[in-house]
Design a binder for this molecule. Sequence first.
Ligand SMILES: [Zn+2]
Length: 110
Amino acid sequence: MDLVSRESLYKYVASLEETYRNELLEMPAEHPCFTAQNKLLNTVSMIKFTIADASTIKAKPVRFGQWIKQYVDDELYSLTCLECNFHIKKPQFIGNYCPNCGAEMRGEEL
Ligand SMILES: [Zn+2]
């Protein structure tokens, strides 16, 4: 699932609204595109208000990290989180997240 920023989406649509409003203000009412331009402006305004009124959830940015793998011998190794330097001497089972900082581990171990 991807989340979007209400603020950035609102600003983008508001800038479109301003552009369409300015175009409409410069357009004579008898212009053949005046009615269509007015409808476009109203639609963009409705979208802007819909974005402003939409329900939201609180979200935190996802941190991504990587394990640095350091071999002690051929089989024994330790892992260090690249994000927070959390060190695990003899990892038994490591999930997809650092147990210390919560970073999601992606990609190859270094
Ligand atoms: Zn970490």
